[in-house]
Design a protein around this ligand. Structure first.
Ligand code: NAD
Ligand code: MG
Length: 294
């Protein structure tokens, strides 16, 4: 019997109903539900004994990564906004079910003090740090540059670029040779959409930052890599990431003709953190259903 899974039909076309949620949104309220790999992800000890901090680990790509990391043997701290406690509690329970330690750390990452404190808390709770996944992000769709407010531009920069920098700077002194940093960038870094001007700018900045930091930290034995997702079904897209009327078509234009689910991203984060990736440095791993990559 064949064990092949057809990537076109592993998940049905989303056909999501038009819907709305206030920022930051909850996985618990998404229709249809996103697959975080709860039923499907099987670990094989690839991250045994590692300690990971995942920002935005309550939902979407970060949550799928937290589940996979735990099943691969890692202890996990997940950072999230206080409003996301309901999602975070569910992921903490799944990590604990895998027999690993889980810590939920509510925080707003848009100040340096908060990022510094988060890293210290994670180190204290986990007894050290081996993997930083800088994944929290903000995406607001605005069709016209004249309608992008200073407040929005600043908040997108702070969440996606400044927080990443502050977190990496605070984490590096704690990282030993063999540890790694993984940054979530996007297909938007090099194939930007007209309605995601400020967001695409931050994703390109993240990509450049990750590649430069990779060169700086490789001589210390610390690997830095990035993941560039395509259209993935997560709260951020429903909250304000897409024009509402486009939600029912989300992902349809990919060569695989469907949106991706967070469960399809987690294996990339596992690979990049694993010791098998010892010669993978400064890579942007595209997981986008067949869209262009640089
Ligand atoms: P998501 O809504 O599940 O996750 C985003 C998370 O960011 C939230 O859960 C929240 O905890 C965190 N966050 C936002 N603002 C914050 C703040 N001020 N302080 C602390 N935390 C904050 O959506 P997702 O799609 O899984 O997003 C994860 C990453 O993936 C983001 O960096 C996003 O840009 C990137 N990405 C997503 C897609 C997609 O199609 N969903 C595509 C490419 C890249
Ligand atoms: Mg969330």
């Amino acid at each position: 019997m064949s064990h092949l899974i057809d990537p076109r039909s592993r998940y049905a076309r989303l056909d999501a109903p038009e819907q709305d949620q206030d920022f930051p949104g909850l996985d618990a309220e998404l229709q249809p539900k996103a697959d975080l790999g709860e039923e499907s992800y099987r670990g094989s000890g690839r991250l045994e004994g590692l300690r990971a901090l995942i920002t935005g680990g309550d939902s979407g790509i970060g949550a799928a990564t937290a589940i996979a990391y735990a099943r691969e043997g890692a202890d996990v701290a997940i950072a999230h906004l206080p409003e996301e406690q309901r999602d975070a509690d569910r992921i903490v329970a799944l990590v604990e079910e895998a027999g690993r330690r889980a810590v939920s750390l509510p925080v707003d990452l848009t100040t340096r003090e908060a990022c510094d404190e988060l890293v210290e808390q994670a180190v204290a709770e986990l007894g050290g740090l081996d993997v930083l996944v800088s994944n929290a992000g903000k995406q607001v769709s605005v069709p016209d540059i004249t309608e992008i407010t200073d407040e929005q531009f600043d908040l997108t920069m702070r969440t996606n670029v400044y927080a990443m920098f502050w977190l990496c700077r605070a984490a590096v002194p704690h990282l030993q040779p063999g540890s790694s940093i993984i940054i979530t960038t996007s297909v938007q870094a090099y194939s930007p959409s007209d309605h995601l001007l400020d967001y695409a700018t931050t994703k390109a900045a993240e990509n450049g930052f990750g590649k430069a930091l990779a060169k700086q930290l490789a001589p210390k034995g610390i690997r830095v890599n990035l993941v560039a997702p395509g259209p993935i079904w997560t709260p951020l897209q429903v909250v304000e990431g897409q024009p509402k009327e486009k939600l029912p078509m989300f992902g349809d234009k990919q060569p695989l003709a469907r949106a991706g689910h967070p469960a399809e991203l987690a294996p990339a984060y596992v690979f990049l953190a694993s010791q098998e990736a010892s010669y993978v440095v400064g890579e942007t791993l595209n997981v986008n259903g067949g869209a262009d990559s640089p």
